[in-house]
Design a protein. Structure first.
Length: 250
């Protein structure tokens, strides 16, 4: 269901009903609305506005801050997907672009603070190596940063927090730097705080801030649709987590 809501399939379904029932005014209006929404969510400036609401909730860290290392006791990096069966890696899986961005920033943060690193991510929808293992391999091989802990059970943000808490809290580690994309940070931070962590956000990838400087950003593109999908994913996630907290209290 989530994939349908977040993909162009939803607009195709709306248009299909418009063609199927051309004499129905309500269906025709729905089809027109589908076309308008499709075009709007494909325009980078529109998608940037959707993302800006999420990204403006957090601020970037200064890696030059002399007191940075005093703010937390460990670095937690959340998985952002995998690149499966990569031909250039002998058909083995490795980190996706999103995960690689998080790993790269975590490496910089680890060098700046000298804090131990935990990577978090299971194998949602896939058999084989967890995202955590793939991130560990990249951190140690590509950035020469050791990984202290591996959390490889989680399949979503809430589980990232849950299973990480079972590793770090018994060790007395409550203050963490949390590394994830800026648009995802608000939901992730809340999930970890609900389990007793004091979170210092370490966001990256402020995608909305680089959009709006070119005329091309006013033209519908695949990039615009992808950014809109990213924003919609977070909005749907926040709604679902809010419902879950109301029901379970967690």
């Amino acid at each position: 269901m989530k994939e349908i809501l977040l993909s162009p399939v939803l607009f195709v379904i709306i248009l299909f009903f418009g063609f199927l029932f051309p004499k129905s005014k309500k269906i025709r209006k729905l089809a027109i609305l589908g076309v308008v929404l499709f075009l709007c969510t494909s325009i980078p400036v529109t998608s940037a506005l959707m993302l800006r609401v999420l990204e403006s909730r957090v601020s970037s860290l200064s890696l030059q801050d002399p007191t940075l290392a005093e703010k937390a006791d460990a670095i937690v990096v959340l998985g952002g997907g995998r690149y499966a069966s990569a031909p250039e890696f002998d058909n083995k899986s490795t980190v996706s672009i999103s995960s690689l961005e998080r790993v790269r920033y975590a490496a910089l943060l680890a060098r700046a603070t000298k804090k131990p690193v935990l990577v978090s991510g299971g194998s949602p929808k896939w058999a084989g190596d967890s995202e955590a293992l793939l991130m560990k391999q990249s951190l140690e091989r590509d950035f020469l940063v050791p990984v202290e802990w591996l959390e490889a059970q989680s399949n979503n943000t809430r589980e990232n927090a849950l299973y990480t808490s079972k590793i770090l809290l018994p060790k007395g580690i409550h203050r963490i730097f949390l590394v994830t994309h800026a648009a995802h940070m608000s939901r992730a931070k809340r999930s970890f705080e609900n389990l007793g962590f004091t979170v210092v956000p370490a966001p990256l990838g402020f995608a909305s801030y680089s959009i709006g400087h070119d005329v091309e950003d006013l033209i519908p593109t695949v990039k615009g649709m992808e950014l809109s999908r990213m924003a919609a994913h977070e909005y749907i996630g926040e709604i679902w987590y809010w419902i879950h907290r109301k029901i379970t209290g967690i």
